[in-house]
Design a protein around this ligand. Structure first.
Ligand code: SF4
Length: 496
């Protein structure tokens, strides 16, 4: 197992921990086979258009902790996109029953050229104290940037000193953009910070045994609460990590019965840390998208909680309720083709959803690929599960949001539908006249009910394509005819 080491301030990035890659072209089954035999190598690009940054993904996880604040230690430009998490927090709050979402507060130390020469440690210490005086938060997260990493500021030392002075956790999150080509490493950096400074060891009972409470850790983004309906039948409740969590709910997540993830790619590092360091078992099952995965996930949960009969009851009831509509949707969507662009784990789940609804998945552009997960459990790998349940997916591209490749592929394949997970990607499908669907609620497609909801959403965009048809008619494609005639992976090279 790639070991979690909470004694060091910085998490090992995915390239080192998991041999993660950002370049591949082939079939999904080839990717699975090469990942299993250890023969998967990175294919670099001789030209790239853009890259994401780990500081943003780390901020994504810690900004949404309800009673915390975030300081970006770097030039102000590095925090210029972080306001989007304040927006996300506000608009998704109703999905989690948070009636009055508090304003998110994100600060920057605003490092200047002079600070780059003389150091920014004192500025950081002053900022922490000033922000504490203004807000009295329960935790301060300090996210690092390329600039503070390059000049070698002692961010950990400054945070530890401030923690002693203020009496609250002041947590350094090491997520400089240059640390990793895989921006998902930023999620791990945020989780590493939470695990090493906020999660407490479970209390012990009179016999010295760790206390376990009827809660299940749900490591996720900000999707709707589809879990309570299932969990209440097992007599447990969800403990959401980290969006809308508090320092108290994070601290006591070590007393949960089990941890599950909305997406293995997102959550396996923290699940692994909770298992290894705090004794909370991680559920080794791919997330519940598509009927086979839903059944396996519910059964694994029933086994983990010692209540297999409850899992069988839920499966039977949901099957009876939703199967007739699923069958209708399969008929209505038969013969349609689709292409997916998303992060790794959620993309695998979207491919399962499409296949379950009888739609022909003609390819995918997913942002990275982890050959293993942090608890080395193949049962938790959604790509392995999807290929085993539904068969191969052609045109399987690992592509860290290189839009020039996406446009080239879409222009060739011309699927009936584009499913995207991230804002900014659907527009490329729409400009080509392809009905494109982005559903920000990543729990929307879970379970039997999710198949119905997703199927109806897809049906609606396929039947109402007038907007994209008009848009395509009036759009100018910024990519030249020369590029559109090249093989889409012209710039992908085999690493030596
Ligand atoms: S890559 Fe570096 S410089 Fe660019 S936003 Fe991220 S931390 Fe800042």
């Amino acid at each position: 197992m790639p070991e979690v080491n909470l004694r060091v301030p910085a998490v090992a990035v995915r390239e080192i921990r998991l041999n993660t890659i950002t370049g591949f072209q082939g079939n999904a089954s080839d990717l699975v086979r090469q990942s299993r035999c250890g023969g998967l190598g990175e294919q670099s690009r001789s030209f790239t258009q853009c890259l994401g940054c780990s500081t943003s993904t780390a901020a994504c996880m810690v900004t949404l902790v309800r009673d915390g604040i975030v300081i970006s230690h770097g030039p102000v430009g590095c925090s210029s996109c972080l306001h989007e998490f304040a927006f996300t927090y506000r608009v998704n709050a109703p999905l989690r029953g948070v009636d009055q979402p508090t304003q998110r507060h994100i600060y920057s130390t605003n490092l200047t050229e002079e600070d780059m020469v003389f150091g920014g440690s004192q500025k950081l210490a002053d900022t922490i104290h000033e922000v504490y005086g203004l807000e009295q938060p329960k935790v301060i997260f300090v996210i690092t940037t390329c600039a503070s990493g390059i000049i070698g500021d002692d961010v950990e030392g400054v945070c530890n000193e401030a923690e002693e002075e203020l009496g609250i956790p002041v947590v350094a999150v090491f997520c400089e953009g240059f640390r990793s080509k895989v921006w998902t490493s930023g999620f791990d950096a945020g989780y590493h910070a939470v695990a090493r400074k906020l999660i407490k060891q479970p209390r012990t009972d009179a016999k010295g045994q760790p206390v376990r409470r009827p809660i299940i850790n749900v490591i996720n983004f900000w999707g709707s609460d589809v879990f309570s309906r299932w969990f209440e039948q097992f007599g447990v409740t969800p403990n959401f990590i980290t969006p809308y969590a508090t320092t108290d709910t994070l601290a006591s997540s070590s007393e949960a019965l089990v941890s599950v993830e909305a997406c293995t790619t997102l959550g396996s590092y923290l699940s692994g840390a909770l298992e290894q360091e705090f004794g909370v078992p991680a559920l080794h099952a791919a997330p519940p998208y598509g009927i086979p995965a839903t059944d396996r996930w519910l059964r694994a949960l029933g086994a983990a909680l010692g209540k297999p009969e409850v899992a069988e009851h839920i499966i039977e009831a949901d099957r009876a309720t939703f199967s007739p509509r699923i069958a209708e949707l399969r008929e209505q969507l038969a013969g349609k083709t689709a292409y997916v662009t998303a992060g790794a784990g959620h993309g695998h789940s979207l491919l399962a959803l499409l296949s379950e609804l009888g739609i022909d998945a003609q390819g995918a552009a997913l942002f990275h690929h982890d050959p293993i997960n942090d608890f080395e459990a193949e049962e938790a790998d959604a790509l392995i599960a999807t290929v085993a349940d539904y068969g191969d997916v052609p045109n399987f591209n690992i592509c860290n949001k290189q839009e020039f490749e996406l446009v080239n592929v879409l222009n060739r394949i011309k699927p009936d539908i584009l499913l995207a997970r991230h804002g900014g990607m659907t527009l490329w499908g729409a400009k080509l006249g392809i009905p494109s669907l982005l559903i920000g609620d990543e729990h929307f497609g879970m379970g039997y009910e999710g198949l119905v909801k997703y199927g109806e959403a897809i049906l609606e965009i396929v039947e109402n394509n007038e907007f994209v048809t008009n848009l395509a008619r009036h759009s100018i494609n910024p990519y030249s005819q020369w590029w559109l005639k090249q093989p889409p992976h012209t710039f992908l090279e085999r690493a030596s």
